[in-house]
Ligand binder design. Sequence first.
Ligand SMILES: [Zn+2]
Length: 122
Amino acid sequence: MDKKAFFDSVTNMEEQIGDLYGQLSGLKDNLQIVLEENNRLTIENTHLREALNQQQDVPAEDGGDKVSETTQTVTPDQSAGHDNLMQLYKEGFHICNVHFGSPRTNGEDCLFCLGFLGHKNQ
Ligand SMILES: [Zn+2]
């Protein structure tokens, strides 16, 4: 391979790496969007479960055996929702309403998140 062809080849490779870098950057942005959306949905799902459970906890006026059966399934759902949020926090994401699903900077603790988790533990 002559020197000019070699130089052209390296230049071509450099351009390809530049293109790949751009694509990688785009993929990373998309991944972050998907992760944050997933986190938001996990949090929303937990809140919806809790709202549903609270509704089911209210004794129905026409209540019967069916209501108490439904209520018995509440506790596992609640703890599962809490576990999901705790897991999300441990993985380095906010679960508080303030930053909602975004990554925690440098894994630093967030007082809002900790307050939220503490409140849930009571
Ligand atoms: Zn937070």
